[in-house]
Design a protein around this ligand. Structure first.
Ligand SMILES: NC(=O)C1=CN([C@@H]2O[C@H](COP(=O)(O)OP(=O)(O)OC[C@H]3O[C@@H](n4cnc5c(N)ncnc54)[C@H](OP(=O)(O)O)[C@@H]3O)[C@@H](O)[C@H]2O)C=CC1
Ligand SMILES: O=C(O)C1=N[C@H](C(=O)O)C[C@H](O)C1
Length: 265
């Protein structure tokens, strides 16, 4: 399986490059960067150190994507939708981990479902995807619990709440027959009022180099269930992305998520 990495200079791009070393059935075929990046033309190993991959860094998406079976993409919404369209046109799979997609961008991806094969997931770790599964059961079993979602990430992160926090919120809301948009509370700064019954609150921390932490409270008057996940290293996301790429090989067209990849649906 030939894997190309988009956003190869980024934190996740570099984690995926590292994860591709020593894979028995997968190799790096391309490393894609933003147009004009200084790394263009150098061996991809220059981005993480160690032995050469024999793959030059490129800023030409069509060329990089044409040479792969699956593109792994942790970049930004505008880049991800652009690359996904190229993948669909060239018949290549894509694993998309980028978060902060607008409704329109998500819609653009869903519209490609009959033209290509995609795994789209805000969190590629096994642990968070199990947590989503457990949360669905818990939210249904505790309809009166107050649900609050807390997340903490590194100081560089630009979207908030995290894509994972929003997904946790969507799953909890759906388990209760609600739409997250109708019950989400992102900001309590401007209100002086008790908590609205049935609402789902979000709290965000940005500090230091925290890789990624998520905690869901399901609080009743006399007890509280907490579902928590802590990522200690970006390896968990990179390994999950490679696993998702493997899953896509030979799949019918469609948009899948990590619940499909992990067999949790
Ligand atoms: N699904 C999951 O499991 C995970 C998802 N993420 C998500 O992945 C994304 C990337 O995270 P992270 O690696 O930390 O971010 P970084 O900022 O470290 O990396 C982003 C990469 O994308 C490139 N990029 C950004 N915008 C464009 C563009 N318009 N065109 C081409 N390239 C672009 C950047 O290039 P340049 O430096 O030149 O701007 C950089 O190489 C985020 O949305 C994050 O939330 C992160 C971890 C896990
Ligand atoms: O930006 C990050 O770093 C992460 N982003 C993802 C998100 O927004 O949920 C997943 C992970 O927690 C790391």
């Amino acid at each position: 399986m030939r894997i190309a990495v988009a956003g190869a200079t980024g934190r996740m791009g570099r984690a995926v490059l590292a994860a591709l070393r020593g894979q028995a059935d997968a190799c790096l075929s391309g490393a894609l960067v933003r147009a004009g990046d200084d790394a263009c033309g150098r061996d991809a190993a220059a981005l993480i150190g160690g032995a050469p991959f024999g793959v030059p860094v490129s800023d030409v998406p069509e060329e990089v994507i044409a040479g792969c079976d699956v593109l792994i993409d942790f970049t930004a919404p505008e880049a991800s939708t652009h690359y996904a369209e190229i993948c669909a046109r060239l018949g290549k799979g894509a694993v998309i981990g980028t978060t902060g997609l607008s409704g329109a961008a998500s819609e653009r991806l869903r519209a490609l479902a009959d033209k290509g094969r995609f795994v789209v997931a805000a969190n590629m770790s096994v642990g968070v995807n199990l947590a989503l599964h457990v949360l669905e059961i818990a939210a249904r079993a505790l309809p009166d619990a107050d649900i609050e979602i807390l997340e903490a990430h590194h100081r560089h992160k630009i979207d908030a709440p995290s894509g994972t926090a929003l997904r946790l919120g969507e799953v909890a809301a759906a388990a209760r027959g609600q739409r997250l948009a109708d019950v989400a509370v992102y900001d309590r700064h401007h209100e002086r009022a008790p908590r609205a019954p049935g609402s789902i609150g979000f709290a965000t921390i940005r500090a230091g180099e925290i890789v990624g932490e998520h905690r869901v409270y399901l609080a009743l008057p006399s007890e509280r269930l907490e579902i928590a996940h802590i990522a200690d290293s970006r390896e968990v996301f990179a390994d999950g992305a490679v696993r998702a790429a493997r899953f896509l090989m030979g799949r019918p067209h469609g948009v899948y998520d990590m619940q499909d990849v992990l067999g949790l649906r």
